[in-house]
Design a binder for this molecule. Structure first.
Ligand SMILES: Cc1cc2nc3c(=O)[nH]c(=O)nc-3n(C[C@H](O)[C@H](O)[C@H](O)COP(=O)(O)O)c2cc1C
Length: 415
């Protein structure tokens, strides 16, 4: 213990194509103490005003799904193979015809530029530098055009508006901005009951209050490096990307958001999107194999199994629990991706062993951007990548795609 995490390249076999990120360069001191993704959470808890930390970290109601997302991994165990010569192992992973440097990417997170200075850009640039995918949230605060310029390979996530006309206008804007992959999030017909946010004094838009002001003053690092810097250099942030035109400001006395009703959306709306959107189309927020089949039948190029990080339906099953059934229904070739609760390289490998093609990670990258900007996100990516690379050697496989149920103890238990 005590030594800083070694950079990814130190762990990579010479022939492996690993993300750059936390490579050979000396790490800033504040990052040397970040040995695992959870360390970023502890650092962000200190750095961020309590209402903002609560918004990022929280689930909803009793946090049952939030907890289940972590405990879902407990039921699996590896049976490693030995003397398997893994010296040539690589993290390189193909998805949608593109080779990424690792089998994971950054999940879409709304208002990331509130916790980290230019948060969406920071995530996009870190993803570009390390060659992993990053999904820009539809409730982000930096114009999508700017993020696409910084990372032309970034994906865009939409909470599609309720009216067909507004859906089409948004799609046209996303296409003009240059995004090639659209992710449609479908687990938010209404917002989850985030009473934890209310208790912590958080709302969107943020309402100015004495409590918020005091919290800002008690966190001078965030106040100066994120909040005031943003206001001085870029003005009041707005919801930039929820629709074809700029939306409401993030700080406003009125809590009215301009998203409108979405609980009437159905597969016909999705069919409309498919007809208009010529690029790659991914559905995020699926937990039932029947919905995954519907998505494929309606022309989706892939699905992301997700319970929204435990932020929507409290008690929703963890995606890891339904993954084997969904993969069985869709077959081994269809891109089934997954998120919610992934914190370790081990978690990523478990999902791949059960048939997922790719994993997305949310909160840790948000925390990493908050406490250390782009370098922080790159370091977090490097940590996760090095954990996967190390465990591949310990399990005895050459590539992330090389793990399978055969590497798991009692694989029948996970059907
Ligand atoms: C702060 C925050 C904001 C989020 N905003 C969005 C969003 O705008 N769109 C979306 O599809 N999912 C959103 N999510 C869900 C994530 O994309 C992802 O499903 C979830 O965070 C994965 O769980 P994890 O944080 O445990 O890795 C958000 C999650 C968090 C933590």
């Amino acid at each position: 213990m005590g030594s800083p995490p070694r950079g990814l390249e130190d762990f990579a076999a010479p022939s492996s194509s690993a993300p750059a990120g936390a490579g050979a360069q000396a790490l800033p001191r504040r990052l040397r103490r970040m040995l695992s993704l959870d360390d970023f959470e502890a650092a962000a808890r200190r750095f961020l005003p309590a209402p903002i930390f609560a918004y990022v970290s929280g689930g909803c109601e009793t946090n049952r799904s939030l907890r289940a997302n972590r405990s879902a991994f407990e039921g699996f165990a590896w049976v490693p193979r030995v003397l398997a010569d893994t010296s040539g192992r690589t993290l390189a992973t193909s998805l949608f015809g593109r080779q990424y440097a690792a089998p994971f990417g950054i999940a879409p997170m709304g208002i990331s530029a509130l916790s980290a200075y230019r948060g969406d850009l920071v995530q996009a640039q870190a993803a570009a530098a390390t060659n992993v995918p990053m999904i820009l949230s539809g409730t982000s605060l930096i114009p999508m055009e700017e993020v696409a310029r910084a990372n032309p390979a970034a994906w865009f996530q939409a909470y599609v508006p309720g009216e067909p006309e507004r859906i089409l206008k948004l799609l046209d804007r996303v296409e003009r901005a240059g995004f090639g992959t659209l992710v449609v999030t479908v687990d938010t017909p209404v917002s989850g009951n985030r009473e934890n946010n209310i208790r912590a004094g958080f709302s969107t838009p943020l309402r100015p209050s004495l409590r918020l002001a005091l919290e800002g003053l008690r966190h001078p690092g965030w106040l100066c490096k994120t909040a005031l810097r943003t206001l001085l250099l870029h003005g009041m942030p707005h919801f930039e990307n929820s629709q074809a035109t700029r939306g409401a400001p993030i700080l406003s006395a009125s809590v009215l958001r301009d998203f409108g009703a979405r609980d009437h959306l159905d597969w016909q709306h999705f069919a409309l999107i498919r007809r208009r959107w010529k690029g790659r189309l991914v559905v995020k927020g699926i937990l039932d194999a029947r919905d995954a089949l519907q998505a494929r039948e309606h022309g989706a190029d892939g699905v992301i199994l997700s319970n929204h990080g435990g932020r929507q339906l409290d008690g929703a099953v963890s995606p890891m629990q339904v993954l084997p059934g969904v993969v069985a229904a869709l077959g081994d070739d269809y891109p089934v991706m997954i998120d919610s609760g992934f914190r370790r390289g081990n978690d990523v490998l478990l999902a791949l062993a059960l048939g997922a093609k790719f994993v997305f990670v949310g909160r840790p990258f948000n925390y990493a951007g908050a406490v250390a900007g782009q370098a922080g996100v790159e370091h977090a990516i490097g940590i996760l990548a090095s954990e996967i690379l190390r465990n591949m050697a310990l399990i005895g496989v050459q590539s992330p795609a090389g793990v399978s149920r055969e590497n798991l103890f009692a694989p029948s238990a996970c059907q």
